[in-house]
Write a protein that binds this ligand. Structure first.
Ligand SMILES: N[C@@H](CCC[C@H](N)C(=O)O)C(=O)O
Length: 277
């Protein structure tokens, strides 16, 4: 199977062009390629497929083989892939995902995509749609104790589930211990991604993330959008925020009129190769 390894803010996936390759079992292939010792090494696998509803389709799998509806860093790389490899010559494209069709604007420099802006859609806070088990109308600053530590949690879906908690310092959290406790908490029937946020000022936040199915990653695009929306719901930031992640920065803007979130960030090709699956 021919593949391309790409990353957005260090959130790295193996990309396969399914216009040419066929992958029978995406889940099994994701487990194999993601392994950093016995495979290629990545946070998961992204299959680029034809779509009858949009220009392309993104089919995404986490490192443990589970499928997710959406991937913010991944979709920017899909846009770069289809433009740089000549599958399209358009700079405005649509991509079908498990969370609906997303619209993307590509910034091209010297014939290559360097940055992508994605309309990530409307954030969802209705508990059963996230999904979160709760009889509250919405979960904003809800007290919760996890691993013996008390947090105030806000839950948002960007097509996939996110639990956002605020901390004084992102560096000192024991994410390997706390992350899995949130991920598998009984409140989340489909598990959850968890963002640990330190608000620096009204336009800047620091974020670390524990991703459902992949563990700690260097960045999460849907997580950055969900976190900015959680900050707004808690009155902590303005609508335009710089999100500082372990692997880089994302610009996130909530457009109140359209009730949608725009995310802008880099997309980078690392290498190409071939693997036996
Ligand atoms: N890293 C991604 C999100 C990938 C999927 C996530 N782990 C899930 O299971 O929902 C992003 O950039 O959004």
């Amino acid at each position: 199977m021919k593949f391309t390894k790409m990353q957005g803010c260090g959130n790295d996936y193996v990309y396969v062009n399914c216009f040419k390759e066929s992958v029978e079992d995406g889940s099994k292939a994701a487990i194999k390629v993601s392994n950093r010792h016995f495979g290629i090494g990545s946070d998961g696998l992204i299959l680029i497929k034809p779509s009858d509803k949009a220009d392309f389709m993104m089919d995404m799998y986490n490192a443990d083989g589970s499928r997710s509806q959406m991937c913010g860093n991944g979709i920017r790389c899909v846009a770069k892939y289809v433009y740089d490899y000549g599958l399209t010559d358009r700079k405005n494209i649509s991509i079908e995902t498990g969370a609906g069709i997303k619209y993307l604007d590509l910034k091209v420099e010297e014939g290559r995509v360097t940055e992508v802006t994605v309309d990530m859609g409307t954030p969802i806070i209705v508990p059963e749609l996230i999904p979160v088990v709760s009889d509250r109308e919405r979960i904003v600053a809800m007290p919760i104790t996890v691993g013996g530590i008390s947090y105030e949690m806000t839950c948002v879906s960007m097509g996939n589930p996110h639990a956002i908690v605020f901390v004084d310092n992102t560096k000192s959290i024991d994410i390997e211990k706390i992350g899995p406790l949130f991920e598998h908490h009984a409140m989340f029937p489909e598990r959850t991604n968890t963002e640990f946020i330190h608000v620096i000022d009204r336009h800047t936040i620091d974020m670390r993330v524990w991703e459902r199915g992949s563990g700690e990653t260097l960045a999460c695009g849907t997580g950055a959008c969900a976190s900015v929306y959680a900050c707004i719901l808690n009155g902590l930031t303005e609508d335009e925020v710089r999100v500082r992640l372990l692997g880089g920065e994302l610009k996130v803007k909530y457009d109140r009129e359209k009730n949608t979130i725009f995310m802008t960030g880099p997309a980078v090709t690392v290498f190409e190769g071939e693997i036996y699956v």
